[in-house]
Design a protein around this ligand. Structure first.
Ligand code: SAH
Length: 388
């Protein structure tokens, strides 16, 4: 009897988890080293090894004493998410499928342009917001990504472009938090990951080249300006609450005006007063693409320093929405342009590999049953189509 109890006790002893150094920002790395009785500045050395040189084996960090390397190897490790596949589009867009702990996969996209290369990074497995026109929402939600899983995406892209070689030109010049998930719903991990993107001892990107995009989680947006000054993009998609309530359900909680006021407060916190918010507006045929919508949007944004980015809707299996026509897109753009706004149209990239905005679906181990319901509805509609 007593032996049995002993065996159970050993079995139940939790395996001591090692700390994943990949996800520690400079200050957290400093705290971690201090907790080991070491000097904080060792953290800077480790940061450079991991994020500037791409070294993940603690033993290869040769400017750190053998003794400390041995101590570190006992309690810490550098673990990256696993790349399942990597696809290239005919237009140079690259898409990765990345497995994260727990069996789900997230997607990440790289979009090369003339003077820049933008990496579109995910912040959550799936998304809880369920915007009606977004493929990610249909996948349901599993969990937040850890800081390591977020910054690990940039590491993976940097590695794949051989960027850790100082002789090689940097391919990833910009990061947008516009992959799967709502970044402000995973506030702390996203802020830590962005701190690593900005850190001169890590990726050293400028604050203008890192963009957080949000569908309008107002209380978190109000906190964001106290801890960072990255670029901000706001996903509006509608010029009034009635329409936005249908497209972006979180609008029922935080109205359009509250959202815009909060974005304005974010800008007010920035040290320089020339910053602008990017307004994202996904155009869907006969949903939000009429002249009246453009005119209403123009009035709505009057007091917000902003530029407007129009995104033609990208279809995905089962969606009832259609892409805006070119005629409607041009009219919409011209109305805003004539009212003095800077308007850009996001060209559709990588749609041959389903890498365009809103097409990122990954493989979400859904915990909300939303995916199941959505698939069931699709199947039923399929049956109706066949029978009808
Ligand atoms: N949750 C954040 C981050 C996602 S960013 C946010 O909402 O801002 C992805 C951008 O692409 C958002 O502006 C989103 O609304 C838009 N988008 C989503 N689905 C789309 C689709 N099918 N076609 C075009 N744009 C889409």
């Amino acid at each position: 009897m007593s032996q049995e109890v002993e065996v159970t006790a050993i079995d139940e002893q939790p395996r001591k988890e090692k700390t994943n150094l990949l996800g520690l920002s400079a200050s957290r790395l400093g705290d971690f080293l201090e907790s080991l009785g070491e000097k904080r500045f060792r953290g800077t050395q480790i940061l450079k090894w991991i994020h500037q040189l791409g070294v993940v084996d603690i033993n290869e960090m040769t400017n750190i004493s053998k003794g400390l390397r041995a101590t570190l190897a006992d309690v810490a490790e550098v673990v990256l998410p696993e790349v399942v596949s990597c696809q290239d589009s005919v237009d140079g867009t690259r898409k990765w499928l990345i497995r994260v702990d727990g069996g789900s996969c997230i997607e990440m996209v790289y979009i090369p342009e003339r003077e820049r290369g933008t990496l579109c990074v995910s912040s959550q497995i799936g998304c809880a917001l369920d915007c009606s026109f977004c493929a990610t929402g249909k996948q349901g939600f599993n969990r937040d990504l850890t800081t390591a899983e977020i910054i690990g995406q940039l590491w993976i892209a940097a590695k794949s472009f051989n960027q850790f070689d100082p002789q090689v030109d940097r391919r990833v010049t910009n990061v947008v938090m516009m992959g799967m998930g709502e970044p402000l719903m995973n506030f702390d991990n996203v802020v830590d990951a962005m701190n690593l993107m900005l850190d001169d001892n890590a990726y050293g990107l400028s604050k203008r080249r890192v963009t957080l995009s949000t569908a309008g989680v107002v209380p978190q947006l109000d906190k964001l300006g106290d801890v960072t000054d990255v670029s901000l993009a706001i996903s509006l998609h509608a010029p009034n609450d009635e329409l936005r309530n249908k497209l972006v359900p979180i609008n029922r909680k935080y109205s359009l005006q509250e959202f815009i006021d909060s974005a304005r407060r974010y800008l007010d916190k920035m040290p320089d007063n020339r910053r602008k918010v990017t307004v994202e507006y996904t155009l869907m045929d006969r949903v939000n693409d009429r002249d009246e919508h453009a005119q209403e949007l123009s009035v709505l944004l009057r007091d917000l320093p902003c530029k407007i980015n129009l995104i033609p809707f990208n279809p995905f299996p089962g969606t009832e929405y259609k892409r805006v026509t070119n005629v409607a897109l041009n009219r919409f753009r011209d109305i805003l342009h004539n009212d003095g706004y800077t308007v850009t149209v996001r060209t559709t990239r990588g749609d041959d590999i389903a890498a365009a905005c809103g097409q990122l679906a990954g493989e979400v181990n859904d915990r909300t049953k939303r995916q199941e319901r959505y698939k069931k509805r699709l199947d039923e509609e399929q049956v109706v189509k066949i029978v009808g």
